[in-house]
Design a protein around this ligand. Sequence first.
Ligand code: ADP
Length: 608
Amino acid sequence: MKKESDITIIRKLFALFAKRNKNLIYACLLTDVVESLRPYVVLILSGILIDGFIDGKALHTLLLYTLIGVLVAFVFQFLSAALRKYLNARIENCMERQNQDLNTASLNIDYEYLEDPALQEKKRKQEQVINARGGIYWNLIWPLDRGFGGVISVLTSMIISFPLFFGNKDFQYSIIASPWMGLLLFLLIATTIWGIYASDQYSSKKGHECFEEFNQIKKAHSYIIGNILANSESGKDLRIFGQSKLIMHTLHENDKEAAVCLKKERNYYIQSEILNRFLSNFCLGCVYLYVALNAYAGFISIGNVVLYASSIVKCIDGVSEVLLGISGFKRVAQYGRDYLDYIDFSDRKYKGTLPVEKRRDNRFLIEFDNVSFCYPGTKDYVLRNLSLKLDIGERFAIVGKNGSGKTTFIKLLCRLYDPTDGEIKLNGIDITKYNYDEYLNLFSAVFQDYQMLALKVGENIAASDEVDHDKVYDALNRAGLEERFLETDDNVYIGKEYDESGVNFSGGEKQKMAIARAIYKDAPFVIMDEPTAALDPESECEVYAGFNKMVGNKTALYISHRLASCRFCQDILVFDNGQVIQRGSHEELIEQDGLYQKLWNAQAQYYT
Ligand code: ADP
């Protein structure tokens, strides 16, 4: 894919920002106009006053000039303070806004991209930019603020100082009045500006390299803070194996390396700042000299000395601000590219438009037609030439060794991924043509690595803040939690992360809640991926015994390592190396000299 230019990235970032913050952009531009014009107004009025004084104007005229000057200065001061206050208050929300955008994107990204390490890296970088740089939007607004203010200053200065360079001059003081002198000064100013720009570019490039290095170093830090310290599960291992010293040492070393990087980055900016100041001060000295000589020669009035000198100074400052703004935009384009990529990741997949027929009789027939699949970014086929039908209302068991493709088969069925080759059909139509959300509504699943949120039990079961409590209790009862919820109500929080009064339910209880959530959804297909792994033998028996009642007339797919748990399923699919190598009832398969019989015999010795 062609890399977009920095300008396109900036334009897109502004478009995104303007969607909710148009007023902030206008306020920023207006603030710049007022703040940039303010010093000129004061300078012009002071010049008039000084000239009036020298020309011996009457006292009341001078007082009038003073009064007008003070009033105008006050209005400008008031306006710029009010605008700046408004701007600062709004800009503080920018970081929050970026967090919201990132969270919305994370929730909406298609599952297949969610596992992509490159995408995770993009997200991690954004978090670093928020933590260390104030976020994308802040980095977008400040260059606009500085750059546009600079443009106004440069234009105003050029208009004001025009007569100094090109006004009518008497040629008797040839060297000062010569247009070559003006040209020389102009060249000096241009060279200074170029020098400032080049040093700024260099420090910006080097600074960005340091920041990238800092980002890489902080990767280990984020892993420790996010995955180890924030996760109570790892607390057990940490304590038993006495790993805290190792963790603290790793964090400390990481912080040290990161600090070196930031110091290096700061040094580049400081060096560039020193060079820039030297260049601009030298240039300023020359400007003052030129203006003073012009005043001495009588080309300009004393009142205008300050005006011209300050205008040229402001012009140089303005150009530096514009350059600073440009390099600020360049920098934000670098982070912004990843940011836009990340938030654009949702909605990449074709979501289909066809409505899924609502059928009370649950007559949904699924068919895999020569389906093969390899995970994005890999070349090895995990499923190969799979052709099978899932008949309506039946109980299917999916068995096979680890890594044989059982979970991948389920992920394809639920359209978490699309097949690399072949088609999956629902009632004869390719599933990609159906409306994605409606299609997902056909499935209820309990995955091995199910997640319960630290919210209320009822909200978890209903997967919503609108909870039908009777339905929640019915699902909890059917999942075998009847006794547990005789005294506890479904408004209790799971765990204490969100609410201190929460209950730390056991692994088995949480797994039953995950089953209850699947029951509550009441979808035509029920998928259970090792649903009893965390249950004690008695609870496991309960789940099997109640399975038919739980599932009713729905089609159920059941993945398990324990073949004994699958015996109640009419249809057993044996997966091996991404293919279904055997299919039939337990009685049929046990008779065949194949993998099923081998697995069964291997497990049977533990049962007898
Ligand atoms: P099973 O459920 O039978 O244990 P899986 O379907 O989980 O097997 O995995 C099948 C194969 O796909 C394994 O070789 C596994 O390493 C690979 N695999 C699973 N998930 C991913 C993934 N996200 N990216 C790449 N390969 C994967």
